[in-house]
Design a protein around this ligand. Structure first.
Ligand code: 2P0
Length: 332
């Protein structure tokens, strides 16, 4: 199997930056069909296909400037050189720019960091686009998606707006985010944030632990493959019920496989379960609302614009996102 450095070498040639400053934005994405496990740890090639929805103008802006030494700030807060986030960021940058180039990286999120809201995905996607601008690689979004994937697997989906699929395959050059040509203007995502603190176990570690210790992991992979097909059809046909039911099923299966790891990984909190029960009661009362949950206690509700008022009665603090509201091209 090809190593990371040779892989990058086949995608871009390392270049001295041509400008002093660059900036780029990338949206957060929420997986409907989840990525949970890798067939290649080094290159972040997933065990199963996944499918996400990008969150329009909610995500991360990254600004890069040439500097005397490397530095990183997130939402105005300076990150210590010894921290894992700093190391992960500059390990990634050093793969993509000559070693003697030092950068100041400033990242601003308009979505809670480390709350299971995929901010590492939007960060590495925005960082990759910004590096492309700084170094004038002038490569395709497909190539940028392959590069962003090395920072964080799910980042390869944040290179695009709307619905994005990411296939699982042996060839690392074929594993990137592919946008679906579907606009679903009425679709809404509601964020229910119960806890925006750093999670107890980072996704990367939890994913590996699940894959290595759960006896249900193989079934999770089989189910994911069939869920992916159902999602694909549901989105193409705009079959909301199939989309919502499969999203809930896939998220609950993700948490079931984590519960079956040894020791178990438990991200849900009492508020999570209370909200899930409320959602089920709403559905019994004829409101078409579903949820998905990632590696954290928070829920993301999935519904259509028509039902917004009713859902807000039960969840008045829900933040509502219209994934298709705006959106410029992310191309460089
Ligand atoms: C996803 N998650 O599909 C799933 C669902 C969390 C739950 O992708 O090791 O931070 O950097 O490739 O991308 C989180 O995993 O993991 C994630 P790495 P990443 O959105």
């Amino acid at each position: 199997m090809i190593d990371k450095k040779s892989y990058v070498g086949q995608l871009i040639s390392l270049k001295i930056p041509t400008i002093e400053f660059s900036e780029a934005f990338a949206p957060s994405n929420i997986a409907l069909c989840k990525y949970w496990g890798k067939r290649n740890l080094d290159l972040n090639i997933p065990s199963t296909p996944s499918l996400s929805i990008s969150l329009g103008n909610r995500g991360t802006k990254v600004q890069l400037s040439i500097a005397p030494q490397n530095s990183l700030s997130i939402n105005g807060k300076c990150i210590a050189q010894e921290s894992p986030v700093f190391k992960r960021t500059f390990d990634f940058i050093e793969l993509l720019v000559p070693k003697n180039i030092k950068l100041s990286v400033q990242s601003e999120n308009n979505i809670p960091t480390a709350a299971g809201l995929a901010s590492s995905a939007s960060f590495f996607a925005a960082l990759t686009i910004s590096l492309d601008k700084l170094c004038s690689w002038k490569v395709s979004l497909q190539t940028l998606s392959c590069l962003a994937r090395l920072g964080s697997g799910s980042a390869c989906r944040s290179l695009h707006h709307g619905f994005v699929k990411w296939l699982s395959c042996d060839d690392p050059f074929q594993s990137y985010g592919i946008p679906m040509d579907v606009q679903w203007e009425e679709l809404r995502i509601g964020l229910l944030i119960f806890d925006d603190k750093e999670k107890l176990m980072p996704s990367r570690q939890a994913m590996l632990h699940t894959q290595n210790t759960s006896s249900l992991y193989q079934s999770w992979c089989e189910n994911s493959n069939s869920d992916f097909e159902i999602f694909h059809n549901a989105i193409e046909k705009k079959n909301f019920q199939a989309l919502g039911e499969t999203a809930e099923y896939n998220a609950l299966s993700l948490h079931a496989v984590m519960l079956s790891a040894r020791p178990a990984i438990i991200y849900s909190q009492p508020e999570t379960l209370k909200a899930i029960i409320k959602i089920h009661v709403l559905r019994q009362n004829g409101i078409q609302v579903y949820f998905t949950q990632d590696a954290g206690p928070n829920l993301k509700l999935i519904f259509l614009e028509n039902d917004l008022e009713c859902i807000l009665e039960d969840f008045p603090r829900m933040e509502v996102i219209n994934p298709f509201s705006r959106v410029d091209n992310l191309s460089t």
